[in-house]
Design a binder for this molecule. Structure first.
Ligand code: BJW
Ligand code: ZN
Length: 249
């Protein structure tokens, strides 16, 4: 793949890189995206599964859905896109990943600075007292797990519609957006706020915005460059270009 001279020269001078990622980066690992044909929100209603009200109404159904998604995530492997992002760390002073994904794949690929804006599907907490229950498997699928401290229902540590993003994580992503030289926006429809404001912050602060997506999105208008194609192909090819310019680290 050929990259523009402008992008190459930005990559040469850049020190601080921010990746803002969404479900599309994990599509090539076999994880379903949310919107678009075949997306999760085409088959299931978000209001029945991804709101605090849905959990209150029918915690059992919400648990079944998250157990199904956990299985999908555990059977998946990070793809060439996740791995290329982790390798960027060898070539730049600071590389941060602000992800909307809950699938843990950036961590598993080896990225060392991952800000999980919408939580992590492998983690849970008590909906009453907040006690954490991370990385556990629930064997009894017909019962919603309860807290051993207070008896409250345990819920997945993900951000549902109408809920606030983890304050400190969102703050740190905003700071990185305000100080990055290049912001790569990868595999997201950039429709869900406040997360989608992160690349907007980067743009306002003068960062060079590079979008990588199989389709154009709302964000394409403010992007300096949109690279159309699969992130699992474009990112490794960009990394090869960086290795050629900067030498093997
Ligand atoms: C590829 C590819 C390949 C495919 N290579 N690319 C302003 C206006 C209207 C509404 C709102 C507003 N501000 C806030 C809201 C409400 C709402 C919202 O944004 N709604 C919009 C949908 C309209 N936001 C919220 O409710 C948020 N909270 C909030 O605002 O709180 C405020 C508050 C204040 C005071 C008190 C209390 C609250 C929270 C949003 C939480 C979103 N949660 C979910 C579920 C997480 C848990 C779970 O996984 O189960 O997060 S929804 C879902 O969408 C998930 C995702 O992280 C998120 C973003 O989706 P993403 O990643 O962009 O995926 P897709 O599928 O949309 O796009 C995939 C892209 O990949 C596509 O572009 C493809 O082309 C591309 N692609 N294959 C490259 N191989
Ligand atoms: Zn509790």
């Amino acid at each position: 793949m050929q990259f523009s001279d402008e992008l190459i020269s930005k990559l040469l001078s850049a020190q601080n890189i921010l990746f803002f990622t969404g479900a599309g980066i994990s599509a090539e690992s076999g994880i379903e995206t949310f919107r678009g044909s075949g997306g999760l929100w085409k088959k299931y209603r978000a209001a029945d599964l991804a709101t605090p009200e849905a959990f209150e109404r029918n915690p059992d159904l919400v648990w079944q859905w998250y157990e199904y998604r956990r299985k999908m995530v555990r059977n998946a492997q990070p793809n060439a896109g996740h791995i290329a992002i982790a390798e960027f760390e060898k070539y730049f002073q600071s590389v941060t990943v602000a992800t909307q994904n809950v699938d843990n794949l950036h961590n598993r690929a080896g990225s060392s600075s991952v800000l999980e804006l919408h939580g992590n599907i492998e983690k849970n907490f008590c909906s009453d007292c907040g006690k954490r229950f991370d990385f556990i498997t629930f064997k009894d699928k017909n019962n919603v797990p309860v807290c051993d401290e207070c008896g409250g229902f345990i819920r997945p540590d993900v951000v549902w519609f109408g809920e606030q993003l983890p304050y400190e994580v969102f703050q740190r992503a905003g700071i990185k957006a305000g100080s990055c030289d290049i912001c790569f926006v990868v595999g997201t429809s950039a429709l869900v706020y406040p997360a989608a404001s992160i690349p907007e912050t980067a743009e306002r602060a003068g960062a060079f915005i590079v979008e990588i997506n199989i389709d154009k999105t709302n964000l394409s208008e403010i992007a300096d460059i949109t690279l159309l194609g699969k992130s699992g192909e474009i990112l490794p090819s960009l990394l090869t270009e960086i290795k050629n310019i900067k030498g093997t680290a």
